[in-house]
Design a protein around this ligand. Structure first.
Ligand SMILES: [Zn+2]
Length: 75
């Protein structure tokens, strides 16, 4: 299961999408991740993505997820 911090990071990521509906694909993911990271939950969004890979590999074991994790680790 997700920790409360991870759940918050996922909600912030989704708000990031809602505020930038024009951005699609990986650019939209990066912007939504920025929104989360700017609010101090970089570690939490990384761990939620790692858990996503384990729990729902068909959705999360993707090149996009790897690109997001690698980028978030540099923030
Ligand atoms: Zn997203």
């Amino acid at each position: 299961m997700f920790t409360s911090g991870e759940e918050t990071s996922i909600i912030l990521h989704e708000i990031g999408h809602a505020l930038n509906p024009n951005l699609k694909g990986i650019e939209g993911e990066f912007m939504a991740d920025n929104y989360t990271s700017e609010r101090g939950l970089t570690d939490e969004i990384i761990s939620s993505l790692e858990k996503g890979k384990a729990i729902r590999p068909s959705e999360f074991a993707t090149k996009s997820t790897e690109q997001r994790i690698e980028r978030l680790k540099k923030i």
